[in-house]
Design a protein. Sequence first.
Length: 119
Amino acid sequence: MLLFVKVHAANIHDTVAGGDVIRGAMKKYPSLKGVCGDAGYRKTFEEVAAAIGLTVDIVERIAGAGWILLPKRWRVERTFAWMGGSRRLSKDYEINTDSMENMIMISHIATLLNRLEVY
């Protein structure tokens, strides 16, 4: 379940933009207790979360050969895979980041409805 979506320009690092995601999610859901991220979300992301009072669970990269399931990371990868099934999100058609965020939410709602076979 997506709680908050933030699309940003490519010249903004994910660590910095992650702070915007945390702040936006906390405005919508003030009862959040923690967030998780992969090893790319360090420093600024962790500092913003700590300032708000959230715990941060960082999934470390595992060095070595072979495939290993990383806890919680599969949720993010699965969500991106579901979004890839939406034709509108398959390419960068959107000019405005707000419309892209809305299309992501619409695509996710449609995916959830299809999985529940509601309509």
